[in-house]
Design a protein around this ligand. Structure first.
Ligand code: ZN
Ligand code: ZN
Length: 209
């Protein structure tokens, strides 16, 4: 298994391509211009990968800038939790509010739920429902590799913002304590912004928890 990380757009969002063999999954495509789109496409072509899943941990702008490009280029239907659909539906208005350019993200999507399993090559990723930063936020957990893609729930020495519309601080803290902090301490955390961390380190050092 290989996890390739790109940091894209003005929000410095982390986009991940996870591959096993020649199959890959794209998580939170944040590519917001031609240069960033080419970086992803070049990586996929160079490694002869076949994208088979497009997953959004949640539908804030910085995580969906590239949804249209990725969906159309690789004929994929984005998957997300139904409770973030309102954010997707309002995304063009929100982009106008922030005065940023957004390629209209496809509204034809598929919904994923807690405990669903996404298979990429030899790897299995379990969906964990982690609301709070957004109402339908999900993480992807790989039990064998002790790896979690955590979106904007937990960061290195920080946590997701809850001052945004539809955010809920208590839900976020519950998601971290009852879901992420139940994983083993050596679980590596790939965050939606900034560097990686691990569960044990954040249990001891995170100043917000
Ligand atoms: Zn977010
Ligand atoms: Zn973000």
């Amino acid at each position: 298994m290989k996890i390739k990380k790109f940091t894209f757009n003005s929000f410095l969002e982390n986009t991940y391509i996870i591959s096993s063999g020649k199959k890959c999954m794209i998580i939170d495509p944040g590519c917001s211009n031609k240069t960033e789109q080419h970086q992803m496409d070049d990586y996929i072509k160079l490694n002869q990968l076949e994208p088979i899943e497009l997953i959004n941990t949640h539908c804030h702008l910085d995580h969906i800038f590239g949804n249209k490009f990725i969906a159309e280029t690789y004929s994929l239907i984005p998957k997300m939790h139904i409770k973030d659909k309102p954010l997707l539906e309002r995304s063009m208005d929100i982009a106008n509010m922030y005065n940023v350019k957004l390629d209209p993200p496809p509204q034809d999507v598929k919904f994923i739920n807690e405990n669903d399993i996404i298979e990429i090559g030899k790897t299995k990723w379990k969906i964990i429902f982690t609301p709070g930063h957004s109402p339908g936020h999900i993480c992807l957990f790989n039990e064998q590799q002790k790896t979690i893609i955590a979106g904007d729930v937990l960061f290195h020495l920080s946590i997701g913002r809850t001052d945004l519309p539809l955010s809920n601080h208590k839900d976020l803290i519950d998601s971290i304590n009852n879901k992420l902090f139940r994983l083993s301490d050596n679980t590596e955390v790939f965050c939606g912004h900034g560097q990686n961390t691990n569960i044990g380190f954040e249990k001891i050092n995170n100043p917000y928890l």
